[in-house]
Write a protein that binds this ligand. Structure first.
Ligand code: TYM
Length: 334
């Protein structure tokens, strides 16, 4: 199939096992988009240094994220699958964009404020300029579609601002990038305890990882918060029950979902049965991905080849953009 003109870019940090949020917020879209667009997907190892300065496990984590991308359906022949630090042009563009990013706006970023709370002893400059590096990743390929979950919306808005600022100051080089999801809204996959979202490093007992064993999946789902059930027909669902239905919509068949919706609305729902069903559907969904990941991880040679091929494609696109950038900025003296 002839691919469309728009360019797609996205990334995932190698800071832990990937989970259902990463899958449904990002990976599911990647897999569809690789058929239609020119795609660049990367492992954001440089970003991970802002919170994980110890690099002892980095190689292993990078390999895992690559394997999880591939097991979820990324075809390294269709999309460039690479590692952020292998494309040095990223760092150069990050430097230029840093001169166009203001301390005030960076300090106001939600993710920065969260990290300051989480790691008060390591409020490094990389953390502050995290959204600048992310903007560099994206506009380096002059991408316009960025498949991400809801939590990345603000970073995308900032990327648009930096791209526009560059264009106003130096001339039009970058198109505006937008957060993308098939379907209308960006997704937030909730945690099983109803208190937040699934996450690589927090709330691990309420997060379903692509690496979880079947029994672990079943146990986590059975522990999800429920109550005695509705007392009036067609009542509004409390958040934690709404979340359970939301998770069911991701993995269960339409008739199963319809049955439990109906049971809820007629006040005969048995949450124990619903969770058992959801647990089984989650196992059916996650276990083939987990097994594929384990197979891919054994083949280091293959992973190395994927990374090399991906980096080569990404560097080619990056090089072309950086020529335009240096030209526009007047950094050509010879
Ligand atoms: P990261 O590694 O935290 O997450 C990777 C992707 O998973 C999505 N995601 C979720 N979606 C729905 N529900 C959830 N509970 C959930 N948790 C995570 C994220 O939105 C993301 O799409 N800053 C980025 C990495 C990055 C990047 C980029 C992304 C670096 N450079 C360039 C896009 C373009 C991050 O930390 O994602």
């Amino acid at each position: 199939m002839e691919k469309k003109q728009q360019i797609v870019m996205s990334g995932i940090r190698p800071t832990g096992f990937l989970h259902l949020g990463n899958y449904f917020g990002a990976l599911r879209n990647y897999v569809k988009m690789q058929e239609e667009y020119e795609c660049y997907f990367m492992v954001a190892d440089l970003h991970s240094l802002t919170t994980h300065p110890d690099t002892k496990e980095l190689k292993q984590n990078v390999h895992r994220v690559l394997a999880e991308n591939i097991a979820s359906g990324i075809d390294p022949d269709k999309a460039a699958l690479y590692c952020q630090s292998h494309v040095h042009e990223t760092s150069e563009l990050y430097l230029y964009l840093n001169m166009l990013a203001y301390k005030g706006e960076l300090e106001k970023t939600t993710t920065f404020k969260d990290k300051v709370r989480q790691q008060p002893d390591n409020v490094n400059a990389g953390l502050l300029t995290y959204p600048v590096l992310q903007a560099a990743d994206i506009i380096l390929h002059r991408a316009t579609f960025v498949p991400v979950g809801k939590d990345q919306e603000q970073h995308l808005e900032m990327a648009r601002n930096f791209a526009n600022r560059f264009n106003h100051r130096y001339g039009d080089v970058f198109p505006e990038p937008f957060a993308f999801n098939y379907g209308s809204e960006l997704i937030k996959v909730p945690s099983l305890d109803g208190t937040g979202k699934m996450s690589k490093s927090e709330n691990q007992n309420a997060t379903l990882y692509l690496a979880d064993e079947d029994e672990v999946i079943r146990k986590k789902v059975m522990k999800a918060k429920t109550d005695a059930g509705p007392t009036a027909p067609y009542s509004q669902k409390p958040d934690y029950i709404e979340n359970l239905f939301l998770l069911m919509k991701l993995v269960s068949a339409a008739d199963v979902i319809a049955k439990y919706e109906n049971d809820y609305n007629t006040c005969v729902i048995r949450y124990g049965d619903m969770k058992k069903q959801l647990g089984e559907d989650m196992v059916k969904f996650i276990s083939p991905i987990r097994e594929k990941v384990n197979g891919i991880l054994k083949d280091e040679k293959y992973l190395k080849e994927v990374m090399e091929k991906g980096a080569e494609k990404a560097r080619k696109s990056a090089k072309a953009t950086m020529e335009l950038v240096r030209q526009a900025m007047g950094l050509k003296y010879l």
